[in-house]
Design a protein around this ligand. Sequence first.
Ligand code: ARG
Length: 588
Amino acid sequence: MKKIMELIAEELTAAFEKAGYDAKFAKVTLSNRPDLCEFQCNGAMAAAKTYKKAPIMIAQDVLEALGESNVLGDVQAVNPGFINMKVREEFLADYLTKMQQDENLSVEKAKEPKRLMIDYGGPNVAKPLHVGHLRSAIIGESIKRMGRYLGHEVIGDVHLGDWGLQMGLIITELRHRKPDLVYFQEDYTGEYPAEAPFTISELEEIYPTASGKSKEDAAYKEEALQATYELQHGRAGYRALWQHILNVSVSDLKKNYARLNVEFDLWKGESDADAYIPAMVEKMKNDGFAYEDQGALVVDVKEETDTKEVPPCMILKSDGAALYTTTDLATIVERMEDYHPDEILYVVDKRQEMHFIQVFRCARKTGIVKDDTKLSFLGFGTMNGKDGKPFKTREGGVMRLENLISEINGEMYQKIIDNRSVKDTDAQKTAEIVGLSAIKYGDLSNQASKDYIFDVDRFTSFEGNTGPYILYTIVRIKSILGKYTQEGGKLDEKSIRAAVSESEKALMLECVKFNAVVENAFDEKAPHKICSYIYDLANAFNRFYHETKILSEENEEQRHSWICLLMLVRDVLETCISLLGFSAPERM
Ligand code: ARG
C-alpha cells in the first residue's frame, strides 16, 4: 500500500501544480508542532525565492487549488508560509481498514528483491558464548527478519571462529592429559572413534586452562602454535580431533542460540575458507597486487582521501601462515562463488572496523568482489555494566550468556509471581518469553553503534521504554479481545470507523506509520527505529485505552470498530516484535 505520507504528498503535488508552482516544492513531513497539526509542508517558503513572491501568498494559492480533499480535512496557511494539515478521520479509518485486510499489513514487498548475506554471531568454537557475542546475534537476527519481511532473500551465516590458535591450544592440552589417545599417534591409519574424548563441560574447562598455560609457558605456546599449523596443514589425527571439538561445540551453540530465538541458515566457519586461500593468494601475486614486505605478503589499501592511516592488508605472515584478514578474504571468494550476493553485511564489534576497511578495500581492489556486490559493516558498541565498564559478573569475571539469561529470567519470574494473585504453572515459561524481550529490547532500542548500559532493573521493568512494557501492552489487548469474544462478540468482519476522540485519532496516526517505519529501519539497518516506533504506538494505545470504555460501549458498531482497531494494533505490535526477534505470551 502507498504510504500515508505519499498519499498526502500526491494531494499537495496536484495542488502546487494546479496553482502554477513546481511540484518539487510539495514536500510533506510529520508536523513538528503536533499541537497545531499532524503534517506540514514548508515548500512555500522554498518556492518564495524562485517565484519572488511572499511565501504566505504561495501557501494560500496552494490551499485554494487544493479545494475539497478526500484526504485532508483541516488545512491552513500560517505565517510566514507554513501549510499545516490534518487528515480526515474518514480517510484514516479507510486506510486502517485496508491495512487490516492487507496480508502484509500495508508493507510492500521489494520490487527488486536483493540477495543479502549477513555475517553475524561469530562465536568462537570451544570458547563459551559470552555477552560480547550477544549483540551480534541479536542485531543480525533482527536485520535478517526485516529483510525477509520486505521480500528480500536473506542468508544468515554464523561464521564460526573454528580455525585459530584456540584449536591448537585445546589439542595441546588434550595431548598433555591423554597422550595415549590414537589422535596423537602419527603412524595411526585406522578409523578414529566416533565418540568425542571429552564433553562440552570438559571442553569449556580445557580451553581456559590451556590459554592460561600458554601465557606463562613459552614452550607450551610453541607447542600450541605447532599444533595449529599441523591441523591447518592436514594432520589426520588433529583433523579428527578438531571435528570432535566442532561437533560438541556446535550442538551446544545451537542450544544457546535457540534460547535467544536466533537461527542461522549456514553454519560455516573460518576453516571453510581455507581451501580457497592458495588460489586466491596466487592470483593476488600474479595480478601484481600482493608484494613481499619484510617477509610478509601484503596488499596496499590506503587511499589518498584517508584521514587516518590505513595500513597495508596482510595476506600471509612471514612463516606463510594465514591471518584473520586472509580467512575473511577467502570467505568472500567462497561466498561469491556459491551465492553471488548483492550485499554482504558484517555485524561485528565496532572495534574491528579497521580490519573490515582493509578487507573490503583489498577485496575490491583485487577483484574478489565485483562492483555490483556491496560490502557493508555494521559495527556495534560495547555492552557495559552499570559502572560504565564492559559487562562482567558480580565477581568480575566474563559473564556467560546462559548465566545472563538465567539471571534475567529469575528476575522476571519474581516479578510475574508478585503480579499474580493465583499461582500458576506457566509462570516459568512466561518468564522466559518476557525475559528474552527484556534482553533484546534493551539491546535493540539503542542505536547499534553506541555503547550502552545493560541495566537489569530497568530492562525488566513493566514500565517505561522496555520490552516487558511492550509485551504488557500486547497482553492487555489480547485480554480485551478475549473478553469481547467471551461475551459473544465476533472478530471476523473487520472494519474501522472514523475516530471519535483525539486519543483515538492519535493512535490511528501511529498505526499508519508502520510501513514507512519498517522500510526505513531496514534501509538504515536500524532496529532501534522499530523499537522507538512500538514504544510510541504502545503509549498511544494505552492513552486511548485509559480514556475509552471499550467493552461497555453501548453502540455495537462503535464497540466493534474499536475491537478491530485493537486487533490491528496487536498485529502491528506483534509483527514488530517478531522483526526484533521475540514474541509475546498470552498473559503475564
Ligand atoms: N569470531 C570473531 C570474534 O569473536 C568474529 C567474527 C566476525 N566475522 C567475520 N567475518 N570476521 O571476534
